[in-house]
Ligand binder design. Sequence first.
Ligand code: NAD
Length: 504
Amino acid sequence: MPVQSEIALRTVHHWIGGAVVESSSGRSGTVWNPASGKPQAHVAFASAAEVDQAVAAAKAAFPGWRATPLSRRAETMFKLRDLIDRNRGRIAEALTMEHGKTTADALGEVARGLENIEFACGIPQMLKGGYSEQASRGVDVYQIRQPLGVVAGITPFNFPAMVPMWMFANAIACGNTFILKPSEKDPSVSMLLAELIREAGVPDGVFNVVQGDKVAVDRLLEHPDVKAISFVGSTPVAKAIYETGTRNGKRVQALGGAKNHMLVLPDADIGMAADAAVSAAYGSAGERCMAISVVVAVGDVADPLIGAIQDRMRKIKVGPGLEEGNEMGPLITREHRDRVAEHLDSATAEGATVAVDGRQDPVTQREGFFLGTSLIDNVKPGMRCYDDEIFGPVLGIVRVKTYAEALRMINDNPFGNGTAIFTRDGGAARQFQFDVEAGMVGINVPIPVPVAYYSFGGWKASLFGDVHMYGPEGIQFYTRAKVVTSRWPDPETSKVDLGFPQVR
Ligand code: NAD
């Protein structure tokens, strides 16, 4: 039986066919406020029938939307861009309430998501095909790109505004209709985006939201009318979604977890490297797929670097994201916070050195899911604190003697999302860019998330599928090519020819 205070909580429902649709599945989850540690809403968990209802709405909207002129679709994206821009504060606040990240960080997330809407405003240019006149005598060949139909996006808790925008901006602009299955941990932003999308003039049924868990995802994966799935989340789920989705004949891009290494060479500027490591490790409480979770210190750079990192850690203000001045908020749930903290015990047991223990931070006395910043020295591959993604405010330091040793370790890691090198030597940086096996590389940039007119994606266990997300590869993912060969000959010249057509 739910307690009295829980009964009064609002429920986040679905958005289907341009309106809120109340769930009747009888299943729901709790949305926590990570800063207070208290439940703040319920979220409906869709039944398979409710997913079918969303797919039917998206399918019905597809012919009309697909036939809508490109310039009209672009105009709609411009309006949406303007609406999201004007509602940055509202979106950021809803996001902080459920995710916990600070207001500044939430505004940054909205800004990086908005880039994708801006990119999609240029859809007429991006959908231009190619035309070859006189490919053969009197024969022209041209390629057009057409939308796929109903496509779905399944998103993680850590970017409830940006990751959906990575997906739906291009998907819709290309003429598809879209179903979003947001994280059940912070579902409200999806409903705010749905309202803005409707206000921008996107026809009903073009954008839909089904709230839920594995039941909803499984139905999307098997539904014959869903043509493509974009997924962002943890690696085991990404792998399963890729395997099931492709087995069911769908186009799938599934982005997984990460272990992002920051390589610091002996010639690096120590202050700059420490600033970068601290910002990238502890920003958003380390709950970013592009967070730096390991610093690989080459040669004698380790001791001064660790000193500079600790100086900066001491000054980080941890507390509720909505309170001004705080730089790091809580973790998403109590269970996740405890799982992150367990890595500090395992690190000690396995021979690493916990230099700063976030469990000692007074912020952990608060009611929310708080953990202070932690630093683990003498980390090595094979230890849990190295092998696991962790996904919290815990930074490991691996000491190595040479660049070659560092590179081998980074390339041997099963993940290949992002990586960074800090050095003053252009030649060394260029060599790293050439050698390293990761999809996104920063040179003196700790979080190299590509701007929206490039594409985002890792290598190895960080991405399942062939095509990266958003940008030009996003357009490729959400369209399929059709090549037309055409001629208008004089019927008088026509004759039977059983030979295979060839250029004459
Ligand atoms: P998650 O894998 O638990 O959940 C992601 C989505 O999948 C959610 O919508 C969730 O409801 C759904 N889901 C969860 N378990 C499922 C199951 N068994 N079957 C079907 N669906 C399931 O991930 P999360 O905890 O929300 O997000 C954190 C993870 O996402 C981290 O591993 C992080 O690195 C990764 N991430 C990766 C990127 C990237 O671009 N590579 C970006 C953001 C987050």
